[in-house]
Design a protein around this ligand. Structure first.
Ligand SMILES: Nc1ncnc2c1ncn2[C@@H]1O[C@H](COP(=O)(O)OP(=O)(O)OP(=O)(O)O)[C@@H](O)[C@H]1O
Ligand SMILES: [Mg+2]
Length: 258
């Protein structure tokens, strides 16, 4: 790593994933990731049946695609979705050509797809906020659920997702006491991610980890953000969460960045 001023933000999903893979305790939480090319797409699709194709330097869910092999609701063996548009194909070459044509600028990666839990037929994932405190330790200060727009394959608030307390989204899937301990474990996982990433990227101050939960209730780390939006926590009823998040963000110099 460069000496001198350490970067506060790491944009590349590829670099962040590589850093997390170095930790043997975190590795089991990481969906398989490959660079986007024809051979990798074909292999990943055969292996996982459903994959996400997304920009290496993307944000707000822009340009993210979900690709399915032999989707049950369709006769055509290949299908992908971008925004609300679903396209189906008879051959892999047609699928690949269309994805190439609809990609946004820049490099893409392929990630093993996780079949997210749903709430009222909409998929959701969770965001865990971990911040460096004024005492210079990493602390999980908030977590919140993100419910996808009914017709979209991304949960981002800036892609028409809805912010909902995690406990509410989990309630159809597990009993009350289990929800509590499950959320405590996720908060611990967020802190583990932050402690490890900070060793690799010493300049970072805040980390928002996107957690997917699959049908077996297994959590997966979809990605980590080094400039996570603090304002999403305004949506929680408990105003103390937002107050703390903002206080730490200020102390971390978040609002002087640009
Ligand atoms: N492998 C995956 N399996 C299931 N869902 C996924 C997967 N990857 C992404 N998603 C869905 O798409 C959303 C957007 O993906 P991701 O967070 O990786 O990119 P981004 O939102 O563009 O980046 P950022 O969060 O930095 O703005 C996720 O929050 C999740 O809902
Ligand atoms: Mg994200």
């Amino acid at each position: 790593m460069k000496s001198g001023r350490q970067p506060r933000h790491v944009i590349s999903k590829w670099k962040k994933n590589k850093a997390l893979l170095e930790n043997k305790d975190l590795k089991p939480y990481l969906p398989e990731m490959r660079k986007f090319d024809r051979a990798n797409l074909l292999n990943m699709l055969k292996k996982h049946k459903m994959v996400y194709v997304k920009p290496v330097n993307g944000s707000m869910g822009k340009g993210v695609m979900r690709v399915d092999l032999k989707p049950s609701a369709s006769n055509a063996p290949y299908r992908y979705q971008l925004e609300t548009k679903v396209r189906s194909f008879n051959t892999f070459d047609e699928l690949y050509a269309s994805i190439q044509q609809h990609k946004v600028k820049g490099d893409y990666l392929i990630q093993q797809g996780i079949h997210l839990l749903t709430y009222q037929n909409r998929t959701f994932d969770l965001r865990i906020m971990v911040q460096k405190t004024p005492q210079k330790v990493w602390k999980t200060t908030g977590y919140i659920g993100r419910l996808a727009h009914p017709k979209k394959i991304v949960t981002n608030y800036h892609s028409d997702g809805t912010l909902v307390p995690a406990e509410k989204l989990l309630s159809p899937h597990m009993k009350g006491p289990k929800i509590k301990s499950y959320c405590v474990n996720l908060q611990d996982l967020g802190a583990d991610v932050a402690n490890h990433l900070h060793k690799v990227f010493p300049g970072i101050r805040e980390i928002g980890t996107d957690i997917a939960i699959d049908q077996k209730l297994r959590p997966w780390i979809l990605e980590v953000n080094t400039s996570p939006d603090p304002f999403i926590f305004r949506k929680l009823k408990d105003k103390n969460v937002f107050r703390t998040v903002i206080r730490y963000s200020r102390a971390n110099g978040r609002f002087q960045d640009k």
